[in-house]
Design a protein around this ligand. Structure first.
Ligand SMILES: [Zn+2]
Length: 124
């Protein structure tokens, strides 16, 4: 056994690819929730021995099913996000239109006043 420390002691890798220096921390990796297709820490391996030290290594079928489910989930999230942005943009445009209409009405009122003044002066 080598006595290498520091960076090389981060040998425990969870299913999202994050490295830890102990199995306990790797088994509750927070990034797995977002970045792993499982949505949680499915397994942790010791990268020096390729041993599964936490959880269970999925079969190819399980992996394919999880990947399909995750892809669907992520697409759904991306669509919801796009819809949210679109709704925001629509509200922004509506507010802009309302603002422009109000300014146009003000300008029309001023012009009308000026027109009245002019007519009055012409009639004198
Ligand atoms: Zn992870």
């Amino acid at each position: 056994m080598t006595s290498s420390l520091n960076f090389s002691s981060y040998i425990f890798e969870c299913c999202c690819g994050e490295r830890f220096n102990n199995v306990g921390a790797a088994s509750v990796c927070k990034k797995c929730r977002n970045y792993s297709m499982w949505g949680y820490t499915k397994y942790v391996i010791n990268t020096e021995t390729d041993e599964v030290v936490y959880g269970v290594m999925p079969t190819e079928e399980e992996e394919a099913a999880a990947e399909a489910a995750a892809t669907k989930r992520w697409e759904e999230e991306a669509r919801e996000f796009a819809e949210m942005i679109e709704a925001q943009e629509e509200r922004r445009i509506a507010a802009q239109v309302e603002w422009d209409a109000a300014r146009a009405a003000e300008r029309a009122a001023i012009l009308e006043d000026q027109l009245w003044d002019l007519q009055e002066r012409l009639m004198q």
